[in-house]
Design a protein around this ligand. Structure first.
Ligand code: SME
Length: 137
């Protein structure tokens, strides 16, 4: 419907802004819970297209955040065994959950081609971004 198109466009602008302005943000996307299913569905993103548009809860970094409700900062993706590789150029990943009324609705997922680039400042900044997104869901 038109609301979901407007939301997608807004999220896409956020992805574009982040990717364009932060050199080590190389793939930026939003996943949301897919209805009542125990899976995530990719919404807006920038960067290389991925085959992983649906991710079951528990699977990969994203799927783990869907269950843990915690930020997940991965300095080195090669050291993770529950990890879904989207591109061989990716070295690090950060996933921050999005809460609406305390419920985990989805997440922002960022891949970096730089090893160990994410700091506490990235976490605080992306938590802020996720709060703003939550307010328009
Ligand atoms: N690496 C993620 C999958 C999504 S891609 O990064 C776009 C994961 O392990 O959940």
């Amino acid at each position: 419907n038109s609301n979901s198109l407007i939301l997608h466009d807004c999220l896409l602008q956020i992805c574009e802004l982040l990717e364009a302005n932060i050199s080590y943000y190389n793939w930026v996307g939003f996943y949301f819970r897919n209805g009542n299913k125990e899976e995530l569905k990719l919404n807006a993103y920038v960067g290389e297209p991925t085959d992983h548009t649906i991710i079951p809860f528990g699977k990969g970094i994203c799927g783990q955040v869907a269950l843990s409700n915690q930020n997940f900062v991965v300095p080195d993706v090669a050291a993770q065994d529950n990890y879904i590789a989207c591109s061989i150029t990716v070295k690090a990943e950060i996933v921050i959950p999005i809460f609406v009324n305390g419920e985990n609705m989805g997440q922002i997922d960022i891949d970096s081609n730089t090893p160990d680039p994410f700091t506490k400042a990235d976490e605080r900044f992306l938590e802020f971004v996720c709060e703003q997104v939550a307010s328009i869901l």
